[in-house]
Design a protein around this ligand. Structure first.
Ligand SMILES: C[S@@+](CC[C@H](N)C(=O)[O-])C[C@H]1O[C@@H](n2cnc3c(N)ncnc32)[C@H](O)[C@@H]1O
Length: 285
């Protein structure tokens, strides 16, 4: 019987993924094998000649099958890096995207002093927990409609030692904030669902088939949740408070119009992502 070495498995899987049109075949092969053997990619490179035995081969075959069915690598490995921190993820939450780091970086750049910060629709907790990590003196609240997502966020808060400073609340947008004695914030941040129903068929199968619908879709124009956030945020913002939102690639003008039509906002800025797409909107009271 053939003995499979690490390098053989990487090469075979890369070719198999290529044939099945997996977008990043070599990377995915390495990440999945590294996950299985509990090795970083560097360690994997240093173990090319190492034999891989039957039990691991069977498990690897299962992972390959799931990847061919478009299960995202992060759901198979239960890891995603965000703001250089390792987040636990599974199909209960959206996998945090690099674009969202721009939102967090903008907040960290502008807010050096202690503040009250709420992340609406926290998912795995990426925005709130990475902010907590960088700003130990902030008071943080994070909400989500999905109880399952909040379970994941709680796990990440514990992993990153901020569970004692992050209050997690379940409910629809601002509604759960009513449970707090102080309902006013210096920052309201959100990466809300913003995909239009019509765009569903254009999403990559990894996203369409496996990520939670409640994290993706927001009505006919994708603005159902953003509209409510823009309208309701002012009543929860302190003087000079700020609302910061991630938006879809084609929503900048529409969202700026929404903000301009709310008299409470004094200023509105748009921040581009690394691809030059207007991705984050910052509105100040
Ligand atoms: C695009 S995901 C963002 C998750 C995370 N903040 C991130 O950036 O990776 C949107 C999140 O909003 C939550 N959500 C959707 N509708 C909501 C609502 N009406 N109220 C509160 N949360 C909601 C979803 O469950 C999901 O976790």
């Amino acid at each position: 019987m053939k003995t499979w070495r690490v390098i053989d498995l990487i090469e075979w899987t890369t070719e198999y993924f290529e044939r099945h049109e997996v977008p990043t075949p070599r990377l995915d092969a390495e990440l999945l094998l590294g996950h299985l053997l509990q090795k970083s990619r560097l360690q994997l490179y240093l173990s090319f000649e190492m034999p891989v035995f039957q039990e691991a081969l069977s498990k690897f075959r299962e992972l390959i099958k799931k990847r061919i069915d478009h299960t995202p690598v992060s759901y198979l490995t239960n890891h995603k890096e965000f703001m250089a921190l390792d987040f636990y993820v599974d199909p209960r939450v959206l996998i945090p995207r690099p674009e969202t780091e721009i939102l967090v970086e903008t907040v960290l750049e502008l807010q050096k002093e202690p503040c009250r910060f709420v992340d609406i629709g926290t998912g795995c907790g990426a925005i709130a927990i990475s902010s907590a990590h960088h700003r130990p003196d902030w008071e943080l609240i994070a909400t989500d409609f999905s109880i399952e997502a909040l379970e994941v966020a709680e796990r990440n808060a514990l992993n990153h030692n901020c569970a004692d400073r992050l209050t997690l609340l379940q409910g629809d947008l601002f509604e759960p904030l009513q449970q707090l004695s102080d309902t006013h914030f210096d920052w309201i941040a959100s990466n809300p669902p913003y995909v239009s129903v019509d765009e569903a068929s254009t999403l990559p199968p990894d996203v369409r088939k496996h990520e939670p619908e409640v994290a993706l879709f927001a009505g006919v124009d994708g603005l159902d949740i953003i509209r409510r956030l823009v309208t309701d945020a002012p009543q929860y913002l302190n003087t000079e408070g700020k609302l910061i939102l991630e938006i879809g690639h084609n929503q900048s003008y529409a969202v700026q119009d929404l903000i301009k039509s709310e008299p409470a906002y004094q200023r509105c800025e748009v921040i581009q992502d690394y691809a030059g797409i207007e991705r984050v909107v910052l509105a100040s009271i």
